[in-house]
Write a protein that binds this ligand. Structure first.
Ligand code: ASP
Ligand code: MG
Length: 411
């Protein structure tokens, strides 16, 4: 029997009624001839509640116990889903991560999957079981402790199962009906994409489009798992949702597939640092050690052996970055006149594999922003992405202008 993976996110299993509705979708795929692996999230809001309980109980908590607590939401939905399917006369049972066993490393609260043995579940399929319901987000470490895969990790569980079992497809049921050209809350012209390439999805996911956990897309790309994102609240036909697939499955691509943004950025400029070999390492080494995720970097032109260094980072890491820089200055590792922080910036990016073959995308982007009077503070580019840092108050305007100029409302 061909295998299908169906993943239901928190809103799709938020109540007993929704679990019932999800089970009917599973039943339909069983009727279509699939052996189904269902991966479930916790009921929506549950994981946040559990995290809150841990925080309230223990300020500097033991990450192993954090995982023991926050993984429990998925145990409940997995069991309930299996029960509901049994009520519908479909042979089903639940598996918690450790029972599979889904083996991970020991990085508690953001563990990486190392292995998913298939024999146990395949044997059950062989004996007539139709649906294996897997508690998402959780695994077991070499030390025999429960681990979790990071927030949003059930997506990664689903893709990993699809890869391990050679599933025909991995359907991700969520509360939106697919991946959009941009956030529909910012422009009503945002359009649902029928298909998007893995690389584009990866950029969009890491740039803040929250439909899929970034790691799940990385994994899907590596193992060429066809992913479909679709709504569990609508009646879907065969072509519903968005297929995240290999570039070759996309016949013709526009230069730009989507516009992404990230609102909570900050910009730091170190004024007048010595321009000498090793200065970048002396700055960014301590930032990395302090756990600061530096994103964009610009070194300004140098005058009389001194230069300004500018970088962007998530705004909630600013205090940590300032502390690291001041400490490095005190130790004499770096020397700057002043540290200037700008906390009112946002990043807007255009993404598309078509950029590789279309010239002039950057020029068109900058023209559209300038027509709106938006000043660009920092620019970075990759083969399939151009990002700019701008004043936060222009973020919505910039997204709308870019969506218009690249005519993303048109298929
Ligand atoms: N329940 C977990 C979370 O809220 C994992 C998931 O739903 O993907 O992050
Ligand atoms: Mg999710």
């Amino acid at each position: 029997m061909p295998i299908l993976v169906m993943k239901f996110g928190g809103t799709s299993v938020a109540t007993l009624d929704r679990i019932h509705r999800a089970s009917k979708r599973v039943a339909r795929e069983v009727a279509n001839g699939y052996d189904v692996i269902v991966v479930v999230s916790a009921m929506s809001g549950k994981t946040n509640e559990l995290v809150g309980w841990v925080d309230e109980t223990s300020k500097f908590y033991d990450a192993r116990e954090y995982d023991a607590v926050v993984s429990s939401g998925e145990n409940v939905t997995a069991g309930l889903m299996a029960l509901r399917l049994q009520e519908m006369d479909i042979p089903a049972r639940s598996w918690q991560g450790w029972q599979v066993p889904l083996k991970t490393n020991s990085a508690h609260s953001s563990a990486r999957i190392e292995e998913i043995p298939t024999d146990n579940i395949m044997a059950k399929f062989g004996q007539g079981m139709k649906v294996a319901v897997i508690a998402g987000f959780q695994g077991i470490s070499p030390e025999n402790r429960i681990t979790t895969l990071g927030r949003g990790g059930s997506d990664t569980t689903a893709v990993a199962f699809a890869a391990a079992f050679g599933a025909e497809r991995c359907d991700i049921y969520t509360d939106v009906d697919g991946v959009y050209t941009t956030d529909p809350r910012i422009t009503s012209k945002a359009r649902k994409l029928d298909k998007i390439a893995f690389e584009e999805m990866l950029e969009l996911a890491s740039l803040g489009a929250k439909v899929l956990q970034t790691r799940s897309v990385e994994l899907a790309m590596r193992f060429k798992v066809r992913l479909r994102v679709l709504s569990s609240f609508e009646d879907n036909n065969e072509s519903a949702g968005t297929l995240v697939c290999d570039e070759e499955d996309i016949v013709e691509s526009k230069a730009v597939a989507g516009v992404a943004y990230s609102r909570d950025e900050a910009k730091v400029t170190l004024i007048s640092v010595a321009d000498r070999p090793g200065i970048a390492a002396a700055i960014f080494g301590p930032l990395a050690e302090a756990g600061v995720n530096v994103d964009m970097i610009v070194q300004n032109i140098s005058e009389e052996g001194r230069t300004d260094m500018t970088f962007s980072l998530p705004v909630d890491q600013l205090a940590r970055a300032e502390k690291a820089m001041n400490a490095a200055k005190e130790k004499g590792a770096i020397n700057f006149h002043e540290l200037v922080a700008d906390t009112d910036v946002a990043k807007v990016s255009v993404v598309g594999i078509g950029m590789r073959s279309h010239a002039g995308v950057a020029a068109q982007m900058f023209r559209a922003l300038s027509a709106e009077g938006i000043n660009i503070k920092v620019i970075t580019t990759s083969e399939i992405k151009i990002s700019v840092l701008i004043d936060r108050k222009y973020m919505e305007l910039a997204v709308q202008a870019l969506h218009d100029t690249f005519e993303l409302e048109k298929a």
